[in-house]
Ligand binder design. Structure first.
Ligand code: URP
Ligand code: ZN
Ligand code: ZN
Ligand code: ZN
Length: 489
């Protein structure tokens, strides 16, 4: 907080949470919400008239300075969280990725060092990138460090991918530890075979990326992960759900009472696979990410999922690469680093395409950008809430403020933006990061190093319920008396 400011009051706005909207002021002290009510007084007043005052966004899927495909994603924790705050997101969750055979606690030390410059609060998921005794053993210590989510890649054969045996063993370990499993659900074996076929036929351009990863490879892997997670008794969170086939699997499982969540990305909600057929190579390559953008009809499925509650969270998978990095794959689409940006744009684009169109209510917007994921990650109501005692991660949202997305005005270090040229209406007037005014009317005042690690304990309410249910319904042998055995008397 600015020196001398002890109590900051957000005045005259409408508070919008996941379950209600009402008029009240908010007083912030020492980085937390001290009071909510009418006519509050403070040392500094932030004018919220005409605005919605909402929990800051949480993006549970980002890759900052990610080591991937022979390079590192271009935004680090400093530029990435600055971009997040500019767009109203006050917490990000990155993925800690151990190298093959590297102990997860050693990888965590590397991630802690990278995160020092973060302007906003952050947490990590731990990726299970290989399987063995050290991974099994240290998963407990990782959980004790406040990381209750373990990610599994079913794609990226020969790199991050795990096989079904490893996946199931890790799912069982996650269940034992009261944590939640995450999956990148694409069948990596099939993708590798499709890539080889397309390259052998001479198809080397970025359009080959989408053609090698059709919705079927995602639908199959999503369904497989769901079934294995249910058998292991672990809640499952499916990252970047991009298509009807994957959504269908999630929807069906939830109707059967399975504990599964789906996360569409803002990219998949509004961008489609015609981008890969663009005549300009750079344009198409800049949109290469996994899963790829889909045919437009999949977008209806994803929006409907958010409306119906079969999909719960909108994220970005922010993993930005420069033009030069994307050109690594000039003659071979399998070498184009996979990933796109979006941290700064998620909230304005979702508001514009979701709330302004009537697909989502403002309360649903808060649910899918903040509150739902805070509950899934077990950091609610420290995050994702406007309540006394909650962290003062707050966005004062001006529904009348509009802008055109351009790379020139963005915080991300890359030179382009996949949403470039898009008009958005609905932007932050202020973003508060644990009480600090990080954004004021477009001026970015975020402080590198202000961000803190958010620990998330295991055994959240859903883990407890699921383990209770699984214990109650576990397979049991039949106790037979001697008289009922062959030859018995
Ligand atoms: O293309 C993507 N999504 N890049 C980041 C890594 C991942 O798969 O999430
Ligand atoms: Zn992924
Ligand atoms: Zn990702
Ligand atoms: Zn600070």
């Amino acid at each position: 907080m600015k020196e001398g400011i002890m109590r900051r009051v957000i005045k005259g706005g409408t508070i919008v949470t996941a379950d209600r909207s009402y008029e009240a002021d908010i007083a912030v002290e020492n980085g937390v919400i001290a009071e909510i009510g009418p006519d509050l007084k403070g040392d500094e007043v932030l004018d919220a008239s005409g605005c919605y005052v909402m929990p800051g966004g949480i993006d549970p899927h980002v890759h900052l300075q990610m080591p991937f495909m022979g390079t590192f994603s271009a935004d680090d924790f400093e530029s990435g969280t600055r971009a997040a705050l500019a767009g109203g997101t006050t917490m990000v969750v990155d993925f800690c990725l151990p190298d093959p055979q590297q102990a997860p606690l050693d990888a965590l030390a590397i991630w802690d060092a990278k995160a020092r410059g973060a302007c906003a609060d952050y947490s990590y998921h731990m990726a299970v990138t290989w399987w063995g005794e050290t991974m099994f053993d240290q998963m407990q210590a990782v959980t004790r460090r406040g990381i209750n989510t373990f990610k599994h890649f079913l794609a990226y054969k020969g790199a991050l991918m795990v096989n079904d045996e490893e996946l199931f063993a890790s799912f069982r370990r996650c269940a034992e530890l009261g944590s939640t499993a995450l999956v990148h659900a694409e069948n990596g074996d099939v993708v590798a075979a499709m890539q080889e076929k397309l390259l052998s036929e001479g198809l080397t351009g970025p359009e080959g990326h989408a053609l090698s990863r059709p919705p079927e490879v995602e639908g199959e892997a999503t369904n497989r992960a769901i079934m294995l997670a249910d058998m292991a008794g672990v809640p499952l969170y499916v990252v970047h759900t991009s298509c009807e086939q994957a959504h269908e699997a999630i929807r069906r499982a939830r109707q059967k009472g399975m504990r599964v969540y789906g996360e569409p990305l803002i990219q998949h909600l509004v961008l489609d696979d015609s981008e890969y057929r663009h005549e300009n190579w750079d344009h198409a390559a800049q949109r290469v990410m996994s899963p790829p953008f889909r045919d437009k009809r999949h977008q209806d499925s994803l929006w409907a999922g958010l409306q119906a509650g079969s999909l719960q969270v909108v994220a970005t998978d922010h993993c930005a690469f420069t033009i030069e990095q994307k050109r690594f794959g000039l003659n071979d689409f399998t070498r184009i680093p996979n990933g796109t940006g979006g941290l700064e744009d998620r909230m304005p684009v979702l508001w514009t395409e979701g709330v302004n169109t009537g697909r989502l209510t403002p309360n649903e917007f808060v649910a899918v950008t903040s509150t739902n994921i805070a509950k899934i990650l077990n950091c609610y109501p420290q995050k994702g809430a406007i309540l006394p005692g909650s962290d003062a991660d707050i966005v004062v949202w001006d529904p009348e403020k509009s802008a055109t997305i351009t790379p020139e005005r963005q915080q991300s270090v890359v030179e382009y933006n996949v949403f470039e040229g898009r008009e958005v209406k609905g932007l932050p007037r202020y973003t508060l990061a644990r009480g600090e005014v990080a954004v004021e009317d477009g001026a970015i005042r975020a402080t590198p190093g202000h961000g803190r690690f958010v620990g998330r304990p295991p055994m959240g309410p859903v883990n407890k319920a699921l383990s209770t249910w699984k214990a109650a319904t576990a397979p049991r042998g039949v106790a037979r008396s001697a008289a009922n055995m062959p030859g018995g008397v």
